[in-house]
Design a protein around this ligand. Structure first.
Ligand SMILES: Cc1ncc(COP(=O)(O)O)c(C=O)c1O
Length: 429
């Protein structure tokens, strides 16, 4: 299992970045990505699934163009959930057959655009299948097609990111529409794939596997029907979605991809045979533990027996954490102004507060930390997924610089410069 990025390593990387002047005084916050770690995560996926599997990494979890280009260079694919995400992957030079287009609200124009490119498209509803059929009457395409099925196997611990309950706004619910789903496969010659996604974080492996198994059984039943009706075609594209949870705690043993693979194999063995082209759509598993963020402590205030460290990023970068305090978690470490890791425990607890103008802009409720001083840096761990991609424009603060590094900080690459004031102006005018 890939070793986690420790506070000591982050401190070492930060000191290197200071020495090499990769970060400077204007960089009140900096987002770091360990590209060696990211590469290893992708390699792990490749090792765990059949060689022909398309690992379409969920762009929504981290849409930085340089990261997409890096993933493309590793031969990974991309799962996109909007026209702009599709455009981003096109501009990052992904081959169309490495792109999977999901979205519950694809317009006719967007479908035509995607079909012209020839990407794999997962329809979200029967109505969308009809739209695709209409376009097919007029135009040829290299696209392949699947339909998203809600296996209705239940929700995980985080409701807002669970999408396989009895009700979900995504996909076709299998219990209610099983017959109609089979009919669609009989009717549309070009429909060859199934797609599901159970949720993101908070869904245990057993729930993920239960969802895949429900769709797997459906596929076997449908393929029997197709055979009985004398159709040559079979469902042979199986997209299992993403959702593998990650650990946000250093000393907690997270779920491993090996464990997921084993349970999938035990329950749905043929997925690993040449009967199917498998697609995965992992996002968080690939990115979350590869990133961390450093933010300067501008002030430390003390009142009511607690100290508040005021830093330069809050709900703008950590939308989920700040708006759903109890559902999400990031470990915090502290560096001094030279980047050295601080140890010890202050006797007063700390609140880590962001810079935005609302009371809920709190990154961490009372926690025990080493003594934090003005000019120190707070390190927020595991910030590689669903952070920058969810950037909030509230208070119009500048998006921080994003720095990639290899080999524990021996080599750096700027992935995105800090936004300028004019960049912010451009957004609003
Ligand atoms: C359709 C779909 N696929 C894949 C993902 C990626 O999930 P995760 O980042 O948890 O792997 C998501 C995230 O919500 C999704 O909606």
């Amino acid at each position: 299992m890939l070793a986690r990025i420790t506070s000591e390593k982050m401190s070492q990387v930060y000191r290197n970045a200071l020495n090499k002047k990769i970060v400077n005084n204007d960089d009140t916050s900096v987002i770091f990505y360990d590209l060696s770690f990211l590469e290893e995560r992708v390699n792990e996926l490749v090792r765990m699934f059949p060689q022909t599997t398309l690992h379409a990494i969920a762009v929504k979890s981290n849409p930085l163009k340089k990261i997409l280009e890096f993933l493309n260079s590793l031969n990974a694919g991309a799962e996109v959930a909007s026209l702009p995400e599709l455009y981003l992957t096109e501009k990052s030079s992904f081959d169309p057959d490495k792109i999977v287009f999901d979205s519950p609200v694809k317009t006719m124009n967007e479908l035509e655009y995607a079909m012209k490119l020839g990407v794999h498209i997962n329809a979200d509803s029967f109505t969308e299948l009809k739209r695709i059929a209409e376009i097919m009457e007029e135009k040829k395409t290299k696209s392949s097609f699947g339909i998203r099925i809600n296996p209705q196997v239940g929700t995980g611990t985080i409701l807002s990111t669970s999408v396989a309950g009895e009700y979900s706004k995504f996909g076709v619910p299998i219990k209610e529409y099983r017959k109609e789903l089979i009919k669609s496969f009989l009717e549309y010659d070009w429909l060859r794939g199934v797609h599901l996604h159970i949720g993101s974080q908070g869904c245990p492996v057993d729930l993920l596997v239960k969802g895949v198994k429900a769709v797997y059984d459906f596929v076997n039943e449908t393929n029997d029907s197709l055979r009985r009706k004398g159709k040559k075609r079979q469902i042979d594209i199986f997209d299992i979605g993403g959702g593998l949870p990650v650990s946000y705690k250093q000393d907690e043993k997270g779920v491993t991809i090996e464990e997921y693979r084993k349970k999938l194999f035990d329950n749905c063995e043929e997925l690993f045979s040449d009967k199917f082209k498998l697609i995965t759509e992992f996002g968080r598993y690939v990115h979350a533990n590869a990133g961390w963020t450093a933010s300067r402590v501008e002030y430390v205030k003390e009142s009511s027996g607690v100290k508040t460290a005021m830093i330069h990023t809050g709900a703008d970068l950590f939308l989920r954490k700040c708006y759903q305090q109890d559902e999400w978690f990031h470990e915090i470490s502290v560096l001094d102004s030279d980047g050295n890791l601080k140890n010890g425990k202050d006797t007063t607890p700390y609140i880590i507060a962001g810079p935005l103008c609302f009371a809920g802009d709190i990154l961490s409720k009372e926690m025990i930390l080493p003594e934090v001083k003005e000019g120190d840096y707070v390190l927020i761990h595991d910030t590689g997924a669903y952070t920058l991609s969810m950037w909030s424009r509230y208070n119009s603060r500048q998006v921080p610089k994003v720095v990639g590094y290899y080999d524990e900080g021996e080599r750096f690459e700027i992935l995105k410069e800090r936004e300028s004031l004019d960049d912010v102006l451009n957004f609003w005018e």
